[in-house]
Write a protein that binds this ligand. Structure first.
Ligand SMILES: Cc1cc2nc3c(=O)[nH]c(=O)nc-3n(C[C@H](O)[C@H](O)[C@H](O)COP(=O)(O)OP(=O)(O)OC[C@H]3O[C@@H](n4cnc5c(N)ncnc54)[C@H](O)[C@@H]3O)c2cc1C
Length: 241
């Protein structure tokens, strides 16, 4: 797959630690909801580093949006979150991935479970679902440390007000008056938010590796068919040379 030179068309702050980059990628072939890209940076001395980032946006000509959350000791993410500016150029390769995708011809219920920045490809699925007018039932469970870490806060609030079943799970700090103390997603909360296995939903689980494995185990333990549980692990990616 060839690297393409993309131009940063816009940047949007999502939280204090995350930004959405709008990339204009000449010759972009389009993508499906759930796929990702590889982004490569090259320093003046020729040193390169590449990382994978999920695509947040739906296919829209040559525009591709990614949302990057800063890892303070990271090599690439602090640069993408703190330094990159409109007009800058980055190399992009993709779209990548064919399993962790949702297509509008899927009519079964869809359960989306995201941990932290794992919500990014799920947002692409939600946006595609809304944009395609799909009548497949869809629910989103979003696990995050605290309210200030919420990605796509206003858009999610608008979607929830419009009827999207959305469950927030706060692991370290909750909003004031929240009915549940901070804690991890467990079997009980998942059962309350998910479709029953009898409805044969397809589940998409994305986030840090430990989160994904725990949630996938909970779903299978609750009787969901493991072949209908699609996972994407946000572990370390790419490399440097
Ligand atoms: C398919 C895929 C899609 C991804 N999509 C996104 C996305 O949409 N948004 C996003 O912000 N990130 C995403 N990631 C993670 C991203 O690829 C990088 O791993 C992340 O930005 C850190 O890169 P870095 O160069 O800053 O850190 P590095 O310099 O690579 O690592 C710094 C330290 O953090 C650890 N580390 C690296 N990556 C992670 C991680 N993801 N979680 C916890 N510890 C880590 C390393 O082991 C190391 O100790 C995705 C990963 C994959 C595999």
């Amino acid at each position: 797959m060839a690297w393409r030179t993309a131009t940063v068309a816009d940047v949007r702050a999502e939280t204090a630690a995350a930004r959405t980059l709008v990339l204009e990628v000449p010759g972009w072939p389009g993508h499906q909801a759930g796929q990702h890209v590889d982004i490569r940076l090259t320093a003046d001395d020729g040193y390169t580093a590449s990382r994978s980032y999920s695509i947040a946006s739906v296919a829209d000509g040559e525009l591709v949006e990614v949302t990057v959350e800063r890892l303070d000791d990271g090599e690439v993410s602090p640069y993408l979150v703190d330094v990159v500016a409109p007009g800058d150029r980055l190399e992009v390769r993709g779209p990548v991935g064919g399993w962790f995708v949702w297509k509008p011809d899927q009519v079964e219920p869809v359960l989306l479970v995201g941990g932290g920045s794992g919500v990014v490809p799920l947002m692409s699925i939600v946006r595609r679902h809304v944009g395609s007018g799909s009548s497949a039932p869809l629910r989103l469970v979003y696990s995050l440390r605290e309210p200030s870490a919420t990605l796509y806060r206003d858009e999610l609030a608008a979607l929830a007000a419009d009827g999207l079943p959305l469950t927030y799970v706060y692991t370290r700090r909750t909003p004031e008056g929240w009915p549940r103390p901070p804690g991890r997603l467990d079997a009980e909360l998942l059962a309350a938010s998910a479709f029953p296995p009898s409805e044969s939903p397809t589940s998409y689980v994305c986030g840090p590796t430990g989160f994904v494995e725990t949630v996938a185990d909970l779903l299978v333990g609750a009787g969901h068919d493991h072949r209908r549980v699609r996972t994407e692990r946000f572990g370390p990616s790419g490399g440097s040379s």
